[in-house]
Design a binder for this molecule. Structure first.
Ligand SMILES: [Zn+2]
Length: 121
């Protein structure tokens, strides 16, 4: 199958349903979180900055991001809903935190049986 946005081939297990469109993970994350003018650069530089500062693992994350990371580490894999209810986060806030963790290659989303799970990278 093909991603409806970037037209890349996506495997069924890597595809996400976004209002009836089939999207790859990257497009899905972007679709959920429309980039604001200041965001793409911030996200793109997150990894470079961390590298520059010699940060690894959870260095440089906000306390909330660290707690989410630790929570996922403890559980192995969790759903976004579990993270949202555990940390009392609205969906958009969760996506924002997840986008940072994902771009730092700490947490990733995997799809199993139509459920999206967050696991460590
Ligand atoms: Zn795509």
């Amino acid at each position: 199958m093909k991603c409806a946005r970037c037209q890349e081939e996506v495997l069924p297990q890597d595809s996400y349903d976004y209002y009836g469109q089939t999207l790859c993970e990257d497009c899905y994350v972007v679709a959920l979180q429309p980039p604001k003018p200041c965001d793409p650069a911030a996200v793109a530089s997150a990894k470079a900055t961390r590298k520059q500062l010699g940060q690894t693992g959870t260095d440089g994350l906000t306390p909330l991001q660290k707690r989410i990371y630790e929570y996922i580490k403890e559980r192995g894999k969790v759903t976004k809903e579990e993270v949202a209810s555990t940390f009392d986060l609205p969906q958009w806030e969760l996506e924002k935190q997840f986008a940072v963790l994902r771009h730092c290659e700490l947490v990733r989303a995997t799809k199993e049986e139509n459920q999206i799970f967050l696991t460590l990278w």
